[in-house]
Design a protein around this ligand. Structure first.
Ligand SMILES: Nc1ncnc2c1ncn2[C@@H]1O[C@H](COP(=O)(O)OP(=O)(O)OP(=O)(O)O)[C@@H](O)[C@H]1O
Ligand SMILES: [Mg+2]
Length: 473
């Protein structure tokens, strides 16, 4: 098949691409939201680590203060152990905390500030105080000294509180952002899923409308054409190749319709030509030989009357023989083309056939209007052949003939109660009837089960008076 613009392949590729893009966009949004959510969760986790680190550093500062106080009160070096351990751990802890807030300049500055305050506490207050305790414990225990320590520790605590509050606020913000990202991810997933589903359904519906349904229609049409119904028609505007298929089907059906009409017309012409030839022969016989034989019989009768008795008997026998031959010729010419059909119509012609039939006939006629001549002739030959067959083959005791006309059809039914088993053979009487009936657009049905009689059912469309055979189509 040649390429079709906007063909099915192109449409399917475009529809698939749209579906793929929508699904891809939905998944991209979903993945980016999930990634953002993961980042925020990581940041929230780091805030927790920062708070833990700050707490740890604050605890070390508290250890400094506690160890120092124990040493001042007891003047025993053993009480200084917490101070010593805390002092050794503080630089590492400060570095760790600074590393955790390295990406946040405000918090980094706060850590530096805390580091400076601790250093100042140690260098300017704690270490000199411990030295004083070793040399002059009483001076070290003075209220003024202790107050300064408290004040420095309060300052440090305030720094830690600010640092913690800032970090907590930040953690809360990240938590809120994480919740928003989580919500966005859920919405993106829901929309992506619903959009994909809707597109898949739309895609399926499109495939059904654009391909499945027209192909099914074409299949039904092909089935009807195969069954002899050539009047089917497809829309012809289906998409792409489906439209081409529909139009091809329509063209095919139209060409088959034309061929069928031409065939019917030529069949009808052949039948009509045969009928004309029969009519001419019947007329020639009637007007020519029959008239000649009639006058010969009359002449012979005249001669017979004038001859002596012996010769008169002989002449009478010749005249009788001639009269019998004339009767046979008349009988023959009636079969060739029944003049009574042309003159009296179907009713009288069928009654004449019934009278001549050797098998008794029951006739039921209801044909008020005379059909067109080709229809009458066809009906006459159907009944004539059926009666001849009943006499020749059926061993029937009775033949029933029904003839009725409706608005547009002449229906015939001829039934005999004989042996059945009739079937047309090429060139035989029944086959000729099929040709004759179908040439007029009619139908013939033969039912003849062996042992159960024979029935011929014929329907002929009623042609308008004067119509030519084949016009019924
Ligand atoms: N009414 C019937 N009852 C039983 N058999 C029949 C009957 N009509 C026809 N047949 C059988 O069917 C065959 C075909 O019939 P058909 O009328 O086509 O041909 P035919 O009568 O043999 O020859 P033709 O009609 O050409 O003189 C017959 O030979 C006969 O065997
Ligand atoms: Mg026959």
């Amino acid at each position: 098949m040649r390429d079709v613009r906007g063909g099915l392949t192109f449409r399917l590729v475009v529809a698939s691409a749209v579906l793929a893009v929508v699904v891809a966009v939905a998944f991209a949004v979903l993945l980016s939201s999930v990634g953002r959510l993961r980042d925020l969760q990581q940041e929230a986790g780091r805030s927790g680590e920062v708070l833990v680190g700050a707490n740890h550093l604050e605890k070390l500062v508290v250890d400094l203060e506690a160890g120092q106080r124990g040493f001042i009160i007891t003047a025993q070096e053993a009480f200084l152990d917490p101070w010593t351990t805390a002092r050794a751990a503080i630089p590492g802890q400060v570095r760790e905390l600074a590393a955790l807030v390295a990406d946040n300049p405000t918090q980094l500055a706060a850590v530096r500030q805390i580091d400076q305050t601790i250093t100042s506490y140690l260098d300017d207050y704690s270490i000199p105080l411990l030295n004083t305790t070793r040399t002059n414990p009483a001076a070290a225990r003075t209220i003024a000294v202790t107050q300064e320590g408290k004040a420095r520790i309060e300052t440090l605590r305030a720094d830690f509180d600010r640092f913690g509050a800032t970090e907590t606020t930040k953690a809360d913000q990240r938590q809120a952002q994480a919740a928003a990202a989580d919500h966005r991810a859920s919405v993106a997933a829901a929309f992506g899923l619903a959009g994909s589903l809707a597109l898949v359904v739309a895609f399926g519906a499109y495939l059904t409308c654009a391909i499945a349904r027209p192909v099914r229609r074409a299949a039904v049409m092909a089935g009807r054409i195969a069954g002899g119904d050539l009047d089917v028609q497809l829309p012809g505007h289906g998409p792409g190749e489906v439209g081409v298929l529909e139009r091809s089907f329509n063209t095919m059906a139209a060409s088959m319709r034309r061929n069928r009409a031409e065939l019917a017309a030529s069949r009808a012409r052949i039948v009509a030509a045969g009928d004309q030839a029969r009519r001419r022969i019947e007329r020639d016989l009637h007007d020519g030989i029959q008239q000649r034989l009639v006058s010969l019989v009359l002449d012979l009768r005249t001669v017979e009357a004038e001859l002596p008795e012996d010769n008169a008997v002989q002449a009478g026998q010749v005249a009788d023989g001639l009269a019998a031959a004339l009767d046979e010729l008349r009988e023959l010419s009636r079969g060739i083309h029944p003049a009574i059909l042309s003159e009296g119509g179907l009713g009288p012609a069928l009654k004449a056939l019934a009278r001549r039939s050797p098998v008794p006939v029951e006739l039921d006629l209801d044909v008020p209007q005379r059909p067109a001549e080709p229809v009458e002739v066809a009906a006459y030959y159907v009944v004539s052949e059926a009666l001849a067959n009943a006499a020749k083959h059926a061993e029937a005791t009775v033949v029933t003939i029904e003839a009725r006309s409706t608005v547009d059809r002449l229906c015939l039914r001829v039934h005999d109660d004989g042996v059945g088993g009739a079937s047309p053979t090429p060139g035989s009487g029944l086959a000729g009837l099929v040709d004759r009936v179908e040439a007029l657009g009619g139908t013939l049905k033969l039912t003849s089960p062996p042992g159960d009689g024979t029935e011929l059912t014929v329907e002929l469309p009623l042609l308008p008076a004067g119509a030519a055979p084949g016009d019924a189509r």
